[in-house]
Design a protein around this ligand. Structure first.
Ligand code: NDP
Ligand code: MG
Length: 385
C-alpha cells in the first residue's frame, strides 16, 4: 500500500508536534506532504529538514518575508500567506489534512480541504463551533470524511462503532475540571495568566488551556458534538472526571454505556484519525493493568461552571450563536492572556456578547465571518486598559 500523504496544518503547535511524532513512528505508512506554521519558523524549517515535505506554508506573510529561509531543504517549496493553505490542501497527492491550527484562523483551510474531498482529521473544534451545519453539509455534499481528533469526540466516534446512531440515548463528555477545580469563587478572581496556563493532565496550546480552566472548552465541545453526531443538546451531558482516562461515553437506548479509555495522550486520537479505519500499534501511552487505579465521575455544578449553559444554548439555537460565542471567547481569552481582562470576566463577557447579538437562523459563511469580527470588537468594551 502506498504511504498516506498527510498535510499537517499548524505543525508547530501542540497537536501538530504530537502528529509529527505519530508520523515519524509510522515506519513509512504515513508521510508528511505539507506543513504550516504561523510564527515559529525556525521550528518549521527543522520539521521540514526532518520530514522533507513537498510544501511548507508560512501563514504570516510579514514574519515570513523577514525570515532567513536558507536552511529549508531544496525539494521543499515555500509558500507564504494563509490563502496558500487553501490551495495546498487541494493538491491531488494529499490524502489526509490534519486541521490543527488554533481558533477561527483554521476555518478556511478546513473548509477548502473538505471542499476538495479530502479526509479531514479535525482538531480545530472552532470550525464546527462557528459553522457546524455548513461544514457538515459541505462534507456530505463532497463525500469527504471528517474524523474528530478532539479526544472526547474521538472517544464517541470509537464508541459509536459498537452501535447504531439511531440507538443512541445520550452522549457524556468527560471534563477534567481544569486547573482551578479546587479554588473558591473568590480565589478564582485572583488567578494569574501563568496559573491558567498550567493544566493538570494535558500539555496543550495556551488558548485551549485557558478554555479548559473556564470550562469554555467543554461548552465548545458540546456544540462540536451536537453538529458532528447530530444529537440534540439536551441529550449531551458533561461529567467531571479528574483522571482524564475515560475520554467520553455513549449511552445507548437500552442503558448500556460504552466508554473509551486510554491515558491522557493526544497521540492516540491523532493516530486513530490518521490511520482510520485501521488501528495500529502506534506510539500512544497505554494503561497499566499491573497497577491499581480508580476513576471518579461527578456532575458539574452549573453555578461554578456557567460556560456550560452557554454551550447548551448555542447547540440548541444554532444559526449565528456558535460564531458569536467563539469569536467573543477567542477575543476574551486573548485579552486575559494580554493582562487586560480578569479570568472571571471571560465567561460573562461571552454571555453578554451572545445575548446582545441579532440572531439569524440561517447565516452564510460570509455572514459568519463578519459576525466573528463583530463579536471580537464587542469584547473590547470589557477590557480595562
Ligand atoms: P497551539 O497554540 O499549540 O498551536 C496552534 C498552531 O496554529 C501553531 O502551529 C500556530 O503556529 C498555528 N497558528 C496560530 N495562529 C495562526 C494563524 N492566525 N494562522 C495560521 N496558523 C496559526 O494549539 P493546539 O495545538 O493546542 O490546538 C490546535 C487546535 O486543536 C485547537 O483548535 C484546539 O482547540 C484543538 N485541540 C487541541 C488539543 C491539545 O491537546 N492541544 C486537544 C483537543 C483539541 P505558530 O506556533 O508557528 O505560531
Ligand atoms: Mg477535548
Amino acid at each position: 500500500e502506498a504511504p498516506r500523504q498527510i498535510a499537517v496544518l499548524g505543525s508547530t503547535g501542540s497537536i501538530g508536534k504530537n502528529a509529527l511524532r505519530v508520523i515519524a513512528a509510522s515506519g513509512g505508512r504515513l508521510q508528511v506532504a505539507a506543513l504550516s506554521a504561523h510564527s515559529q519558523l525556525d521550528l518549521l524549517v527543522a520539521q521540514a529538514v526532518e520530514f522533507s515535505p513537498r510544501w511548507v506554508v508560512a501563514t504570516d506573510i510579514q514574519v515570513a518575508e523577514k525570515f532567513d529561509w536558507s536552511k529549508l531543504p531544496k525539494g521543499t517549496e515555500l509558500l507564504m500567506g494563509s490563502s496558500e493553505l487553501n490551495r495546498v490542501v487541494g493538491q491531488p497527492q494529499i490524502d489526509v489534512v490534519l486541521a490543527a491550527i488554533v481558533g477561527r484562523a483554521g476555518l478556511e483551510s478546513t473548509w477548502a480541504a473538505l471542499d476538495s474531498k479530502k479526509t479531514v482529521a479535525l482538531a480545530n473544534k472552532e470550525t464546527l463551533v462557528m459553522a457546524g451545519p455548513l461544514v457538515m453539509q459541505l462534507a456530505r455534499e463532497r463525500g469527504a470524511t471528517l474524523i474528530p481528533v478532539d479526544s472526547e469526540h474521538s472517544a464517541i466516534a470509537q464508541a459509536l462503532r459498537a452501535g447504531q446512531t439511531a440507538e443512541v440515548e445520550r452522549l457524556v463528555l468527560t471534563a477534567s475540571g481544569g486547573a482551578f477545580r479546587h479554588l473558591s469563587q473568590n480565589q478564582l478572581k485572583q488567578v494569574t495568566v501563568a496559573e491558567a496556563l498550567e493544566h493538570p493532565n494535558w500539555d496543550m496550546g495556551p488558548k485551549i488551556t485557558v478554555d479548559s480552566a473556564t470550562m469554555m472548552n467543554k461548552a465548545l465541545e458540546i456544540i462540536e458534538a451536537h453538529w458532528l453526531f447530530d444529537v440534540p443538546s439536551e441529550r449531551i451531558e458533561v461529567a467531571i472526571h479528574p483522571q482524564s482516562v475515560v475520554h467520553s461515553l455513549v449511552e445507548f437506548v437500552d442503558g448500556s454505556v460504552i466508554a473509551q479509555m486510554s491515558p491522557p495522550d493526544m497521540r492516540l486520537p491523532i493516530q486513530y484519525a490518521l490511520y482510520y479505519p485501521d488501528r495500529v500499534g502506534g506510539v500512544a501511552e497505554r494503561l497499566d493493568w499491573g497497577a491499581s487505579f480508580s476513576l471518579e465521575f461527578s456532575p458539574p455544578d452549573p453555578d461554578r461552571y456557567p460556560a456550560l449553559e452557554l454551550g447548551h444554548q448555542c447547540a440548541r439555537s444554532g444559526g449565528t450563536s456558535g460564531t458569536v460565542l467563539n469569536g467573543a471567547n477567542e477575543a476574551a481569552v486573548g485579552s486575559f492572556l494580554a493582562g487586560e481582562l480578569h479570568f472571571t470576566e471571560i465567561v460573562p463577557a461571552c454571555r453578554s456578547v451572545l445575548q446582545s447579538h441579532n440572531f439569524e437562523s440561517d447565516p452564510t459563511l460570509d455572514r459568519l465571518i463578519d459576525l466573528d469580527r463583530w463579536a471580537r470588537q464587542e469584547v473590547s468594551h470589557w477590557v480595562f486598559a
